[in-house]
Design a protein around this ligand. Structure first.
Ligand SMILES: [Zn+2]
Length: 287
């Protein structure tokens, strides 16, 4: 556990396996950003958060399982992009997928998945939305980036921006649901905010330099693919040879990590995405 109070209203947990969680504690209500990946972590995070005040909202930054599986175990009305609800409703991870994955990541907790279904968002963000917590408020914004349905959450009173996977500090996440154009546009949007702290989707709380570093990682992998395309390399060769470091789904001291085949499929789908977008929009190699 690493529950850090980063401002007078914000506590961030960055050491749960799978994704970061935040609690924004206002004088009248508490809002949470993202749900833990592992049911065990979700139960303890929910217990902790409830002691901070009445948990009124739980914001999902996107629909991916590492940010939404824990919805079921946490209090609060779920707030997310309209398309996050749609995707969780129409293409939820199968129970077998969750049992296989969580059997590895959170062993011995199968009982928590009996009758499991993901708890859906009921307040939907189409463009912007404000949530009032008493002495502070949150400004949510629908933003294409890591997925088509990301939500940025901004706490102007404390200068904190919760980016979900639009910015990661731990390394690059999967690109499989991104369009490259959106990926870079979203970083421009992030940089235009007035903030002191960035709470990323994965990794430590960071700042403006962290956003720049993240942009450079993206440029680096896009540059690699772009140079290969310029040399006339075939799709298959690029897919077979280009990889980026995955620091998000790998084994840690506390978790067995994702199975190798799944990590490999994230890589392949991500590189495929970059190749496809660069072929259509070669100028993206200059972003
Ligand atoms: Zn994520």
């Amino acid at each position: 556990m690493a529950r850090n109070q980063i401002t007078s209203h914000v506590v961030v947990e960055t050491e749960h396996y799978g994704s970061n969680q935040s609690a924004i504690v206002g004088s009248e209500a508490v809002a949470l950003v993202d749900a833990p990946h592992l049911p065990t972590d979700a139960l303890s995070w929910g217990h902790y958060a409830s002691q901070l005040g009445p948990v009124q909202y739980l914001i999902n930054s996107d629909h991916h399982p590492d940010h939404t599986i824990g919805n079921r175990f946490l209090p609060g009305t779920i707030v997310a992009h309209a398309e996050t609800r749609h995707r969780l409703e129409t293409e939820p991870p199968s129970l077998q997928y969750l049992k296989d994955l969580l059997g590895r990541l959170d062993p011995g907790k199968d009982c928590l998945l009996e009758d499991y279904s993901v708890r859906l968002p009921t307040i939907l963000v189409e463009n912007t939305l404000q949530l009032f917590l008493g002495d502070v408020h949150l400004e949510l914004r629908a933003q294409r980036g890591h997925t088509r349905n990301n939500v940025l959450t901004y706490l102007p009173e404390d200068g904190v921006l919760f980016t979900g996977d639009i910015v990661c500090e731990a390394g690059l996440p999967s690109f499989q649901d991104s369009r490259l154009q959106d990926w870079f546009d979203a970083l421009d949007v992030v940089e235009a905010y007035d903030f002191e702290h960035i709470v990323p989707g994965h990794g430590k709380v960071t700042d403006r330099a962290g956003v720049q570093r993240y942009r450079n990682w993206g440029r680096e992998i896009v540059g690699q693919v772009s140079r290969r395309l310029a040399q006339g390399q075939q799709y298959e060769q690029i897919l077979a040879e280009v990889r980026f470091e995955d620091n998000i789904h790998v084994e840690t001291s506390t978790s067995a990590g994702y199975p190798h085949e799944l990590i490999e499929s994230f890589q392949l789908r991500s590189i495929e995405r970059i190749v496809t977008d660069l072929r259509e929009f070669p100028e993206l190699s200059d972003r």
